[in-house]
Design a protein around this ligand. Structure first.
Ligand code: UTP
Length: 408
């Protein structure tokens, strides 16, 4: 993008200050800033004033889940169906690894974190091992698509190559990058992190399918005959991916999407609860659950909003293609954003000073007509690593891995 074009673009959004220091930049910095301007979607900024409106929810009611006992009854039939689909190459896996992992506090991508104690055991390695279990079971490699962001793409690709993809066949691994979103002050004015650098971060995990499409990866999906995509988070080291029984059950029930869920440890646990919103599948965040909802019981006398999502969903591709152009809700989150002060120095604020703009995959569930809510045993499939210590941490995940016989 040329300077004139860039100026026109930023002016269109009232963000001319982005180019304020342009003349002071080196040739390389100038190029990098122009590239950033070209790649950034500034339209989100106009939503800063609509934050409240975006948070309004419809009528929330409980959803029926396929519980462990029901899964057990249908297990052999679902598994056989799933294995057939996997052998026919109808299922792909998508690893969402574009996040910043700020809570873990490592400079490297989260997947590069070594959780081993007596040997090296990387997060990426654990996930790939889990997927390899299904490869061994079915005798077929499953195409693995990995979403990165501008902030971690180089490191992620170089690391996995260096580690020989932890035994995965490289021809079944593809990478694509998600988009970035600018960060702004409370009035929607973009922050600059440096004179030649817009304050920007990955635009949330909700854009995974549109980013996949833009990167041309959907052609690979079609050519390979993939009809279902199992997306999963980078941080749950215990989850089963492309799990044949889950795949078979979702297809058998003819649902547009399947969501793996766990029984919540307590009503206030910090996971989103699956529910119906205005009669369609949806997810209500833990902080949106009212006291009445937390205490409500279903027909069996169990808590009505008892199933937490673990970011492991199986989407039917043809249904995704129907919703891909639709606008997704924007989550406008208050954050501490490093910025350039009037003196041209970078300041790291102690308190939140503005907004980041993200779309989330959980909103895709509400855009689809049907969802199979599929219960998994939390001790066997849920060991998220968000923090270094405490709840959902490296420490708690290590304990769970050990319980499941994984050597660390
Ligand atoms: P989290 O919500 O835990 O965010 O992501 P995070 O960025 O990894 O971690 P924190 O909040 O900064 O500590 C859940 C999943 O979604 C992916 C993450 O990589 C993780 O697998 N994700 C998140 C993306 O792929 N892109 C994003 O923009 C955000």
């Amino acid at each position: 993008m040329k300077y004139e074009e860039a100026l026109k673009k930023v002016s269109g959004y009232g963000q001319e200050h982005i180019l304020r220091y342009f003349d002071e930049l080196s040739g390389e910095e100038k190029e990098s800033l122009l590239r950033q301007i070209a790649q950034t979607d500034f339209s989100v900024l106009s939503k800063a004033s609509e934050r409240e409106k975006n948070q309004k929810r419809g009528v929330i009611t409980p959803i029926v889940a396929m519980k462990l006992s029901e899964i057990e009854e249908g297990k052999s039939a679902y598994t056989a169906k799933g294995i057939g689909m996997l052998r026919a190459g109808k299922v792909g896996a998508v690893l969402l690894a574009g996040g910043m992992g700020t809570r873990l506090g490592s400079d490297n991508p989260k997947g590069m974190y070594n959780i081993g104690l007596t040997k090296e055991v990387y997060i990426f390695e654990r996930l790939i091992r889990n997927l390899l279990d299904v490869v061994e079971q079915t005798g077929n490699f499953i195409h693995l698509f990995i979403m990165t962001s501008e902030k971690n793409h180089e490191k992620t690709t170089a690391f996995l190559k260096e580690k020989n993809y932890f035994g995965y066949a490289p021809e079944y691994v593809s990478f694509f990058m998600q988009d970035m979103a600018p960060a702004s002050d409370y009035n929607g004015k973009v922050y600059m992190e440096q004179k030649g650098l817009i304050s920007a971060s990955p635009n949330g995990n909700g854009g995974w399918f549109s980013s996949m499409k833009r990167a041309g990866i959907l052609d690979t999906v079609h050519k390979a005959g993939i009809e279902w995509l199992n997306i999963f988070a980078v941080d749950n080291v215990l989850q089963r991916i492309a799990d044949p029984c889950f795949v078979g059950a979702v297809a058998e029930k003819d649902c547009a999407v399947g969501a793996k869920v766990i029984r919540k440890a307590e009503p206030g646990e910090k996971v989103g609860s699956i529910c119906l919103e205005d009669g369609r599948p949806s997810i209500v965040e833990y902080y949106e659950l009212t006291k009445e909802m937390a205490e409500e019981k279903d027909a069996a006398g169990e808590p009505a909003y008892n199933y937490g999502v673990i970011l492991n969903y199986l989407f039917r591709v043809k249904d995704l293609e129907e919703i891909v152009g639709q606008e997704m809700p924007l989550h406008i989150v208050e954050k501490k954003i490093p910025y350039l002060n009037e003196a041209g120095e970078t300041v790291k604020p102690e308190q939140p000073n503005g907004y980041k703009y993200e779309s989330l995959v959980l909103d895709m569930i509400h855009m689809l007509d049907s969802c199979l809510v599929y219960e998994v045993v939390r001790e066997k499939e849920f060991a998220p690593i968000k923090n270094l210590t405490g709840t959902d941490s490296v420490e708690s995940a290590r304990e769970l891995l050990k319980l499941n016989g994984i050597e660390l």
